[in-house]
Design a protein. Structure first.
Length: 190
């Protein structure tokens, strides 16, 4: 079974919306506008590229990343990786042609089937709505969080508000940085 890893920049109050400057959110770009850059805090991002074997994302994140990431040197390892986009509306003719093999999955059942295939870890970038569904369905195995010392108030949250049984996590790695960022890596106890 493949491991699904959700990776996120998250504010202390749980917001994940528009960390890189995506339009339409009041605090857009909060990861670089509000907190001093400390390179060592982002070593986990390079590690994710080295360890992942596929990328999973929702349609909104795909539409934000696919025009930009294929040509960015800092995401070069992701270019040849298979990509999976969970969407009921995206069509094959809307996929970019310069970012490697991309498959559209139409349901969380198809994600569950993907997890059962051979291969290494699948990394989930962005995709707040998809993260909610994956978490509620018990399909996330690990969280890689860079927690920012910010309270953003309104905005899309990483975790759903579904009324469900307690889900236990095990902290397997953590580090605090001089700018107040914290790396927190949790395994989901299934």
């Amino acid at each position: 079974m493949r491991t699904v890893i959700s990776t996120a920049f998250v504010s202390l109050d749980g917001v994940v919306e528009a960390p890189g400057g995506e339009p339409g959110y009041r605090n857009s770009g909060w990861t670089f506008k509000e907190v001093e850059f400390v390179p060592e805090a982002f070593a986990i991002k390079e590690r994710e590229q080295q360890e992942s074997t596929a990328i999973l994302m929702g349609r909104v994140s795909y539409e934000a990343f696919s025009p930009v990431w294929p040509d960015m040197a800092e995401f070069a390892h992701y270019k040849p990786m298979p990509k999976y986009v969970v969407s009921t509306t995206l069509t094959d003719d809307e996929l970019v042609s310069d970012w490697g093999e991309t498959t559209i999955l139409r349901s969380l059942d198809e994600v569950a089937a993907l997890k059962e295939t051979e291969g290494g870890p699948i990394i989930v970038h962005g995709s707040a709505t998809l993260n909610h569904g994956l978490s509620d369905a018990g399909l996330i195995d690990r969280y890689h969080l860079l927690v920012y010392p910010l309270l953003l108030g309104a905005g899309k949250r990483l975790f759903s508000t579904t009324d469900k049984d307690t889900q236990k996590l095990k902290l397997v790695e953590h580090e605090a940085y001089s700018n107040g960022l914290q790396k927190q890596v949790f395994d989901v106890i299934h």
